[in-house]
Write a protein that binds this ligand. Structure first.
Ligand SMILES: [Zn+2]
Length: 408
């Protein structure tokens, strides 16, 4: 995926409009033509009447293209190089990681991902970039970040520096993250595929430990999301009151077995599930045993969605070679091929993802008052989700990131 410089062409300041043949507002198709009126960093109006805009309003006409909200990738790892073994992060020099985090954020933006939620960095580097780009004079994705995820000593992703065993250490670790200004607490409730030690199906923490983390986070006004592959870890995290669940694979020691009562409880609680489905269709497979189970997990996500679970399409960008930064559009198309209706697949990477990230009033929809985070793609993504990768233009807070067709 090509990296766009963070200092891409600018702006769109003041009041202007973007006209496209088609649109998707984050929840449903918009009948064209669609006129999105932008005022500075915000959407002022979304007009589908076909009426001519005021003659003094500059209009960018993108022609036979669709406008939709910039995508929201609710699960990325900006500090990870997908080509590198993740454990190398333990000894990576901070300057190298700082540059990488910045470069990877730009890659997401170039792919139309205008918001990323980093669920595991090292040294709070994604948190630092979040603060830096808030005032930077160049487009960058909106960043939310957890800092280093909480994990057992020697547990999943221990190399990020978030090891904490026992309730006292866990509460102290949560407080430390709050002091660093994180947006969310991430905990590894079970083992993970890229770290030996705990199996993916095995719980790293018991129910009491998870409850203590949720309690301590609440004291600091922070939500918690739990990485959970195994059935016990999923159920325990849900019972502890987490605001989000990542992966929800229902991996057992030797396969995949969905616990449907747990799924019903997730649906009843309205807890969003991060379906980390975005992946390049071809490439290296490092863990064939896990990979074999992923196809089944994908089909299960569609069944969970049908059972009422709020499904978020996300990537886990960075963790393996087939998950480069900016890979999210592949996940939307993949969920569509697995049977998720196109509007639902697109919603999973826009409005539903924004709600899961706690920014529903800021991003994920084309609606007046929200940030003017816009993605323009060639053709009709609702008819063919692969069109999402035909990026014609990206606007972040009303500012132009990539050339429009009109500029070409
Ligand atoms: Zn992850």
């Amino acid at each position: 995926m090509p990296a766009a410089p963070l200092s891409a062409p600018l702006p769109a300041t003041g009041r202007w409009a973007l006209r496209a043949a088609l649109g998707f507002d984050g929840r449903a198709a918009l009948p064209g033509p669609v006129l999105v009126v932008v005022d500075g960093a915000r959407i002022a109006a979304v007009d589908t009447t076909g009426a001519h805009p005021p003659t003094d309003l500059p209009v960018v006409d993108v022609g036979d293209a669709a406008v939709l909200p910039g995508l929201v990738d609710a699960h990325v790892h900006l500090a990870f190089d997908p080509q590198e073994n993740a454990a190398a992060l333990a000894g990576a020099p901070p300057d190298l990681l700082r540059a990488r985090v910045r470069r990877n954020a730009a890659r997401h933006l170039a792919a139309g991902v205008t918001t990323v939620r980093d669920l595991g960095d090292r040294d709070y580097l994604a948190v630092a970039l979040r603060d830096e780009v808030r005032t930077a004079d160049a487009p960058a994705p909106r960043i939310l970040a957890s800092g280093p995820p909480l994990t057992r000593v020697g547990g999943h992703c221990w190399f990020l520096g978030g090891e904490a065993d026992g309730e006292t250490a866990l509460r102290a670790a949560v407080a430390r993250r709050a002091a660093h200004g994180v947006d969310i607490i991430k905990i590894m409730a079970t083992g993970g595929a890229i770290t030996p030690g705990f199996g993916t199906h095995e719980s790293q923490y018991d129910a009491a430990a998870l409850a203590a983390v949720v309690d301590e986070a609440a004291r600091h006004g922070l939500p918690v999301t739990a990485h959970a592959h195994g059935p016990a870890g999923i159920a325990d995290a849900l019972a502890a009151g987490v605001a989000g669940l990542e992966h929800v694979s229902f991996f057992t020691a030797d396969g995949v077995a969905v616990d449907w009562p747990t799924v019903e409880a997730i649906a009843a609680a309205g807890v969003p599930v991060g379906a980390t489905e975005a992946m390049l269709p071809e490439g290296e497979i490092r863990n064939p045993a896990v990979f074999a189970k992923l196809e089944q997990r994908g089909r299960n996500f569609v069944r969970m969605h049908a059972a009422g679970v709020p499904l978020v399409c996300c990537s886990d960008s960075g963790v393996v070679p087939r998950k480069p930064h900016g890979v999210l559009p592949y996940g939307v198309a993949h969920l569509g091929r697995l049977g998720l209706p196109a509007t639902e697949a697109l919603a999973a990477a826009t409005s539903v993802a924004a709600r899961a990230c706690g920014i529903a009033d800021e991003a994920g929809r084309l609606a007046p008052g929200l940030a003017a985070d816009l993605l323009v793609v060639g053709g009709d993504p609702l008819a063919d989700l692969d069109r999402l990768r035909d990026v014609r233009a990206v606007y972040r807070a009303g500012r132009h990131v990539t050339p429009t067709t009109a500029d070409n």
